[in-house]
Design a protein around this ligand. Structure first.
Ligand code: 4HQ
Length: 247
């Protein structure tokens, strides 16, 4: 998968490319990354990328010509890639969208600054408008990093041989079960006995129960959307009866 980021602050991405799973994915050539300076596509001597808004008001707007030049050049270099504008007005990013994007050949990520980009860019040169959440950032760069991070770890081979990506929170509509590691006693707090037992079936059952209860207590909105299987309904009924006997 090829990621091309268009930004006026390409240096922000240097440490992002240089660490952890992203770095390893680049080294293993599972992703190809570049951060391109939109300023390089500005025609004037001072390489201006912003201008005052028509109609007046505060703040500046990203000029369309440098952005269009940068996007068209990126599309020419990666003709299969889809173009994404990071914007609070986009579809709110989630794990299902990350999974869809992970199947693409390439992504061109357009990062705006100031009040945003000239509307004609979004209208004519962008395939998807995506938001990382209902809050306002100072620029699209952090949003682009979040998207690249969430998508990269879903690309086959990026996470080790285990099934880590398939057992993630949200992958099956539930939060992940609790995790424990050594020591067996931490400041007087133990570990659920079943996890030390070596009984793999019982451990799997405990993990499903942990997932369901954590989802019910922390994110019950996720259960509204989820199609539950028989085993999951049984577990929820069991705990429903326990709680009903308490009250
Ligand atoms: N932005 N999700 C870029 C965001 C944002 C978000 C605000 C995008 C500023 C110029 N991007 N503009 N939320 O808040 O993606």
């Amino acid at each position: 998968m090829k990621f091309v980021v268009l930004t006026i602050f390409p240096e922000m991405f240097d440490p992002f490319w240089a660490h952890g799973i992203i770095r390893k994915a680049i080294e293993d050539q599972r992703i190809l990354t570049s951060a391109v300076n939109i300023r390089d596509y500005a025609a004037d001597r001072h390489q201006v990328t912003d201008d005052r808004p028509y109609g007046g008001g505060s703040g500046m707007v990203m000029k369309p010509e440098p952005l269009a030049g940068a996007i068209r050049d990126a599309v020419q270099r990666a003709p299969q890639a889809k173009t994404v504008l990071l914007s609070p007005q986009g579809r709110v990013f989630n794990q299902a969208m990350a999974q869809e994007l992970a199947a693409l050949e390439g992504l061109i990520l357009v990062c705006g600054r100031y009040e945003g980009v000239d509307e004609r860019i979004a209208d004519d040169l962008v395939d998807y408008e995506i938001s990382i959440g209902d809050f306002v950032l100072t620029g699209g760069e952090l949003a682009a990093m979040i998207l690249v991070d969430a998508v990269t770890r879903l690309i086959p081979g990026v996470l080790g041989g285990d099934k880590a990506a398939e057992t993630d929170s949200f992958a099956d509509g539930l939060l992940e079960h609790a995790h424990y590691t050594r020591p067996r006693d931490f400041e007087g707090r133990g570990v659920p006995e079943v996890l030390l037992s070596g009984h793999h079936r019982e451990i799997e059952n405990w993990r499903l129960e942990s997932s369901l209860m954590r989802t019910l207590l922390k994110r019950s909105d996720l259960l509204d959307k989820k199609a539950l299987n028989r085993q999951e309904v049984e577990i929820l009924n069991k705990w429903y009866r326990v709680i009903k006997n308490l009250i």
